[in-house]
Design a protein around this ligand. Structure first.
Ligand code: ADP
Ligand code: MG
Length: 248
């Protein structure tokens, strides 16, 4: 065996890497979501075609009522599509039973909401650790330390939600969402209840999770300054995406 046979020229290596096929984390095809208010049909999503690649930080913008939350809930398996397909990490959500869909949600998706939804009787440590227990793989002290440090929570772990600022509570909620290494974080207006300063802290931490850990994030926001932290902005109107539906 010659030495040259084991050394691959860099150009070839680069080409090989470029040809590696990377599958999207999220794909929607002609996705519709209809709600019914009495006899009235409310079309919240009207044919959404959307793709998210691994490692993207996508923000979704658009006027109130345009379907942003509906899109996020359907992507996360919290609501069912009325028509069309949703694939999350290659799994067709409609083809999964309820138990399998719950499992996919638990293992692959982390949610962050505008209201932090923490358990009031548990301190920050408990609120984060409980997600690891529900996940079923038990407590991973190393992961816990990395995440809480990255989110600046090390000094706050013994505080209950009522003893923390909104920004701190949202950082605990983010830690809880990300602790089990989900493929995807779905955030619905995570800074909607925060003042400017806390919003900036939370956004820069989401951005850091994206940059340092390669975390894939889809975040709804009303705020163009918040969208500026992301790597792609999707614009919605009247139940469809009008701009930015796929990565370039
Ligand atoms: P956004 O998050 O962009 O404000 P939503 O997805 O919450 O928009 O709502 C899209 C449309 O669907 C709106 O017209 C809203 O009123 C309607 N809608 C949302 N949820 C429901 C529901 N549970 N029942 C009936 N209509 C709903
Ligand atoms: Mg909404």
């Amino acid at each position: 065996m010659t030495i040259t046979s084991t050394i691959r020229p860099p150009a070839e290596e680069l080409l090989a890497r470029r040809n590696l096929k990377v599958d999207p984390i999220v794909v929607t095809e002609n996705l519709w979501k209809l709600y019914y208010a009495g006899k009235l049909e409310v079309p919240a999503l009207r044919g959404v075609n959307f793709k998210v690649m691994p490692g993207e930080f996508v923000s979704v913008m658009g006027p109130s009522g345009c379907g942003k939350s509906s899109l996020l809930y359907v992507l996360g398996g919290l609501a069912k599509a009325s028509r069309g397909r949703v694939l999350v990490d290659g799994n067709d959500l409609a083809a999964l039973g309820d138990a399998e869909r719950t499992k996919l949600r638990r293992y692959k998706i982390g949610f962050v909401f505008q209201r932090f939804n923490l358990l009031p009787t548990l301190d920050a440590r408990g609120n984060i650790a409980i997600a690891q227990h529900i996940h079923g793989d038990g407590f991973d002290p190393h992961r816990f330390e990395v995440i809480t440090k990255l989110l600046g929570l090390t000094e706050r772990l013994k505080h209950r939600p009522s003893e923390m600022s909104g920004g701190e509570q949202q950082r605990v909620a983010i830690a809880r969402a990300i602790i089990n290494e989900p493929k995807l974080i779905l955030a619905d207006e995570p800074t909607g209840n925060l003042d400017t300063q806390n919003s900036e802290i939370v956004l820069s931490m989401l951005s850091q999770l994206h940059k340092d850990l390669g975390q894939t994030i889809v975040m709804i926001t009303h705020n163009p300054e918040a969208a500026a932290y992301s790597s792609r902005v999707v614009h919605m109107r009247d139940g469809v995406i009008v701009d930015g539906a796929t990565a370039n």
